[in-house]
Design a protein around this ligand. Structure first.
Ligand code: URA
Length: 253
């Protein structure tokens, strides 16, 4: 579907064209039990990999140490990653998509079912909204924009990633940011905030502020999937993107 600029703005502000994705979870797709004490010993029924789970803190520390490669090495490491239990049910790890010398880096939560199947972030309903938001700013994925996620593997049943899973994936995200050197980072939702800023404050308290990560300007806004369920907040997300554009322009001036 191709929308006019006005339609895109209407889409983000008032008129919902997209419907919320239904969290229809197949029985075998249900989330595994909550992680045990350290948040690490997740043992989905029938897929027990204690070595993966128990080795996690040391393995993550080693990964963080070793996460200095180029794109090829990063992609290979992420594709083979077994640092957390999310590897056990993924079809593939989803590294990210877009311009590798971007102005903008958008960071979401983690792949859903469609992303897991296609190997690209934000290709479902939330992705369509994100694409429209980009288009309203005269941008598109791949054109000055890179899109990634806090975790690279699909959480079963599209549940929210656990803190330990976010921590396990953080070295890969940090390496990605270092390779991309974006001019601005936009965090989409609480999981991205948790991953990058190590913050658990509400989005409401972080929106509308120029933050930084490693010297790179950063702003926070709502996750597109949240916006699909909370249509009035689309207008706030649009304000956030306009704010981000001003932050970017100011930082380049
Ligand atoms: N939601 C996300 O946070 N990331 C995706 O890639 C898809 C949906």
């Amino acid at each position: 579907m191709s929308l006019s600029r006005e339609q895109m703005l209407a889409e983000m502000g008032i008129v919902p064209l997209w419907v919320p994705r239904q969290p229809a979870v197949a029985a075998e797709d249900a989330a595994p039990p909550a992680a045990a004490a350290a948040g690490l010993a997740v043992e989905p029924a029938g897929v027990v990999e204690k070595t993966v789970a128990n080795a996690l803190p040391e393995a993550v520390a080693e990964a963080a140490e070793g996460a200095h490669g180029d794109w090829q090495e990063l992609a290979a490491a992420v594709a083979a990653c077994r640092l957390c239990p999310l590897c056990q049910q993924r079809q593939q790890a989803v590294l990210g998509v877009g311009d590798r010398r971007p102005d903008w880096l958008f960071i979401g939560e983690g792949p859903g079912a469609e992303e897991d199947a296609r190997g690209e972030p934000f290709v479902g309903q939330a992705g369509k909204l994100l694409d429209n938001m980009l288009a309203a700013l005269d941008m598109a994925r791949g054109q000055r924009v890179y899109i990634g996620n806090a975790v690279k593997c699909r959480p079963p049943g599209n549940r929210t990633p656990e803190a330990a899973e976010i921590a396990a994936c953080r070295p890969w995200l940090e390496r990605q940011i270092a390779l991309l050197q974006p001019k601005i980072i936009v965090l989409l939702g609480k999981v991205a905030v948790h991953s990058v800023l190590h913050e658990d404050r509400s989005l409401a308290s972080l929106r509308g502020r120029r933050l930084e990560h490693g010297g790179i300007p950063l702003v926070v806004t709502y996750h597109p999937a949240y916006l699909l369920r909370n249509l009035p907040d689309k207008a706030k997300a649009w304000e956030d993107l306009l704010f981000a554009r001003r932050v970017l322009r100011d930082s380049l001036a």
